[in-house]
Design a protein around this ligand. Structure first.
Ligand code: ZN
Length: 197
């Protein structure tokens, strides 16, 4: 499948076991890893790997100190994913699959909150959307954290851009269980396909 990619949203330590630890995060990481191993047919160290034929794009929340979304600045969230801290790192089980050119940073401007990874940019300054177009991707699997915020906003932007969005529902974690269920129902109604591996 040449026009398929996976987008991994915010599988970062602060959302897994840090200042904003989300419910279901441990299982979401394990299941995402299983899915990645299935699509890459092995680990990055494996000889039989077809790694690279199925691009894996990572979205990273990446805030400067004193970001507007932090409670100390009047925002809704505890301090999280501050650039250069452990909390901002991709979980170590998934990190071997991440490359800089396919890693997209969001929320890096002090006064701008970005839930969606769609406008996130890599170190070369290319946006996630731009790179999906360059790779001629038409179908995206999405997994990540948190369902109600960054996953939902990313999925909706991908869908609006005309992509077929397949949400891996056992590879998600959430802030609030009811919010998670409502977000899934809303996304389904918008034409985002919920799938289990
Ligand atoms: Zn954030």
């Amino acid at each position: 499948m040449r026009d398929v990619a996976l987008v991994v949203v915010d599988m970062l330590y602060d959302f897994i076991d840090g200042t904003m630890a989300c419910q279901g995060a441990g299982e979401a990481v394990r299941n995402s890893l299983k899915f990645i191993e299935k699509i890459t047919e092995g680990s990055p160290e494996s000889d039989e790997i077809i790694y690279g034929t199925f691009p894996i794009l990572f979205v990273r929340d990446s805030h400067p100190q004193g970001h507007c979304s932090f409670q100390a600045q009047g925002g809704p969230w505890p301090e999280h994913c501050v650039q250069g801290t452990h909390g901002a790192e991709i979980h170590e089980a998934l990190r071997p699959y991440a490359t800089e050119e396919l890693t997209f940073y969001k929320g890096y401007k002090k006064d701008l909150e970005q839930y969606s990874g769609f406008e996130g940019v890599n170190h070369a300054g290319q946006s996630l959307h731009e790179v999906l177009e360059l790779l001629d991707i038409k179908n995206v699997y999405v997994c990540g954290i948190a369902t109600e915020y960054c996953v939902r906003n990313t999925c909706e932007d991908l869908k609006k851009a005309g992509l077929r969005v397949l949400l891996l529902q056992d590879c998600l974690a959430w802030v609030d269980p009811q919010g998670h269920r409502e977000a899934l129902a809303a996304m389904q109604a918008e034409g985002i396909k919920l799938i289990s591996q």
